[in-house]
Unconditional design. Structure first.
Length: 377
């Protein structure tokens, strides 16, 4: 799966390329920062970043920023593009270079933009998060033409049924939750409550919510996290797709977040003091190459579950750079020790989680038996 996401870098100064006062995800508020857009790749063999673009705010193309624009070495032929347009350009470049991906994953900043979804490669399926107030029809509506009547005239066609928010479907008791196995995590099997159903995307253009029109039929995938938070997603996968493949797509987007955590925490993604356009892209390129190298190393030493962590990988690299046999031997012994401890912890967590799941299922079965007994009376 190819995933697109943004990552922001707080900056105090005002002379760095594309710096502006804008929403900064790293700080959770509007502040001075640079914004980057990235494409990641994840599969059963690992995950890494593939490409990067610096988002240049529209005001940087005005006369007020012309001197700073040239000082930072921004290309003269560069035109303003939104983050979503930058993401589409990178996905197109990846496809032209022969990067194999069938799925595209994104968060709600991209998934709520129908132009972005429409611009994805035609042979790809998307798994896109959407906001909880996204409107959908539960079935394909009939559009009723405007009719003359007393009072205020209706200018636009209206659907035969009202659209609803995806959050309303999540809270609908008539649509049951399913206990879904999503894969194996660092602490054992990952289970979540999910709802999957076919819906029709609704689009509001003119006339407000009551005049929403249908767009296309998609999968609505609702997942409830352990803390009770809901995540709603759309997918244009065919109606007859296997549920296991849809569940797998639901978990394949998170590795890009893991990439950012590892690149910022261990590889210095945000630790740069350069100001120019070329320097920013060069720094991000070196970080991407370094992350790819560490991922190859981690999977080369993979002997089971779990794989090497980034601190383990760092210790092996540091020992090899010292070019000392004793240092390398000591680092290998330390890594083996921690891998053994991690695997023991993994098995313990897995056993505990499975026992809790069995106990919960038994309680649910008892509740069902009591209910059936009461109904029989």
């Amino acid at each position: 799966m190819a995933s697109v996401d943004g990552s922001d870098f707080p900056k105090k100064g005002k002379r760095s390329v594309a710096v502006a006062r804008q929403y900064c995800g790293a700080l959770g508020k509007t502040d001075n920062c640079q914004a980057g857009v990235f494409v990641g790749y994840s599969s059963g063999q690992g995950y890494t970043l593939l490409d990067r673009r610096l988002y240049v705010p529209e005001k940087w193309f005005g006369e007020d920023y012309r001197e700073l624009y040239q000082e930072c070495g921004v290309p003269d032929d560069l035109t303003f593009k939104t983050k979503n347009e930058l993401a589409l350009d990178m996905l197109s470049n990846c496809r032209e270079r022969g990067v194999p991906f069938r799925w595209v994953g994104c968060d709600s900043a991209f998934g709520s933009d129908r132009k972005f979804l429409a611009g994805l490669p035609e042979d790809c399926y998307y798994f896109a998060d959407v906001r909880e107030n996204q409107l959908v029809f539960r079935e394909w509506p009939e559009m009723i033409p405007p009719q003359q009547r007393r009072g205020r005239k209706c200018k636009y066609p209206r659907p035969s049924i009202e659209p609803v928010n995806v959050s309303d479907i999540a809270e609908d008791p008539t649509i049951p939750w399913e206990a879904t196995y999503l894969g194996e995590g660092s602490k054992g099997p990952i289970y979540a409550r999910t709802k999957r159903l076919r819906v029709v995307r609704a689009q509001i253009e003119k006339g407000g919510r009551k005049c929403a029109r249908p767009l296309d039929e998609v999968w609505l995938y609702i997942r409830e996290h352990e803390n009770g938070r809901l995540k709603c997603s759309f997918s244009n996968a065919p109606a007859d797709i296997a549920q296991a493949e849809l569940d797998r797509a639901a978990t394949m987007r998170w590795p890009i977040e893991q990439c950012f955590n590892e690149c910022k925490g261990f590889l210095g993604m945000g630790d740069y003091e350069s100001r120019s356009w070329n320097a920013w892209h060069l720094h991000m390129t070196l970080v991407i190459i370094a992350h790819f190298f560490t991922m190859r190393l981690r999977h080369r030493f993979k002997t089971g579950q779990p794989i090497l962590t980034m601190p383990m990988t760092q210790s092996l690299i540091n020992a090899s750079l010292k070019n000392s046999a004793s240092c390398i031997k000591s680092a290998l012994n330390l890594v083996r020790y921690h891998l053994k401890r991690n695997y023991t912890a993994y098995c313990s967590h897995r056993k505990t989680k499975i026992e809790k799941l069995k106990a919960r299922n038994q309680l649910q079965q008892q509740d069902l038996n009591i209910l059936h007994s009461c109904l029989a009376l």
